[in-house]
Write a protein of this length. Structure first.
Length: 275
């Protein structure tokens, strides 16, 4: 069962209609940064409550509200949201609602992990955060990727994995930091210019946020040129590979496929989740 943090703050997400919540079609593999609208967000404390609104309602938020921007893509097997906070507009404040994972791309913040409040910095991961993302001390900027995906194993344990404690593996064309915790993992991948990967498939979906490029992504024989800020879904069982003309990278986590029975284990290269 998920453990929640007992904080001085409760959270309240006021009605939000600015985000598209309808999942993309199962045959949509890439959403370019330029096609995903940036939604204005605002959050503020009201006593022990953190309120949040989005879209046109953000302009009517109280004068003391923290304002920020978010981009979101809803895939059939999970949601990815990227939030950008600026210290000039109050820094970090965002109520945790259904986010199950977060990765700090840049900056610093605080968030609830189990029964504690922890400081998180660039390169850190938190599974099942709670309470509210907020400034750690003075207002500061931050860029944070969050996912809403189920546990692959049913375990839902709040965990803080420090980037400084995760060793980088691989070498040459591909290096990877794997943040492992009960029920899933987050992978931060660096791809060196001039490299490529062999075609392969997997038993789980991967929901990717591109952190550097451009590079070419192939899935089911379709070619996509992707760059920083783009969103990708590697579909379980589908054949995919990469061609990397420039130093590139991405962060990703796994989602349960729509129908695990359709995956050919002879063509998949990863370890299937144990249910």
């Amino acid at each position: 069962m998920r453990s929640f943090l007992a904080l001085a703050f409760s959270v309240c997400l006021l009605p939000i209609t600015a985000f598209a919540e309808t999942p993309m079609g199962n045959d949509v593999y890439v959403m370019a940064d330029s096609t995903v609208p940036a939604i204005a967000m605002a959050a503020w404390k009201d006593g022990s409550t953190v309120n949040s609104v989005a879209g046109a309602d953000a302009s009517d938020a109280p004068s003391n509200a923290v304002t920020y921007a978010a981009k979101q893509v809803v895939w059939p097997t999970g949601r990815v949201r990227v939030m950008t906070f600026d210290k000039k507009t109050g820094g970090v404040l965002h109520p945790i609602t259904d986010e199950t994972l977060l990765y700090v791309l840049s900056g610093t913040a605080e968030v609830g992990v189990g029964s504690e409040t922890v400081k998180i910095v660039a390169g850190d991961v938190v599974s099942f955060p709670s309470g509210a993302l907020r400034n750690s001390g003075k207002a500061s900027g931050a860029k944070i990727v969050t996912w809403n995906v189920p546990s692959l194993t049913g375990e839902a344990t709040p965990t803080h994995v420090k980037g400084a404690d995760v060793k980088e593996g691989g070498g040459g064309a591909i290096t990877l930091k794997r943040y492992s915790f009960p029920g899933n993992s987050v992978r931060a991948v660096k791809l060196a210019a001039g490299g490529s990967t062999n075609p392969n498939s997997a038993k789980t979906d991967s929901m990717i946020y591109v952190t550097g490029g451009p590079m070419t992504f192939y899935q089911n024989g379709i070619e996509f040129v992707v760059d920083e800020g783009d969103f990708i879904r590697e579909v379980a069982g589908a054949t995919h590979n990469w061609n990397v003309p420039n130093d590139s990278g991405f962060v990703t986590t796994s989602g349960l496929p729509l129908d695990m029975a359709d995956i050919n284990p002879d063509e998949a290269t990863d370890i299937p989740p144990e249910r």
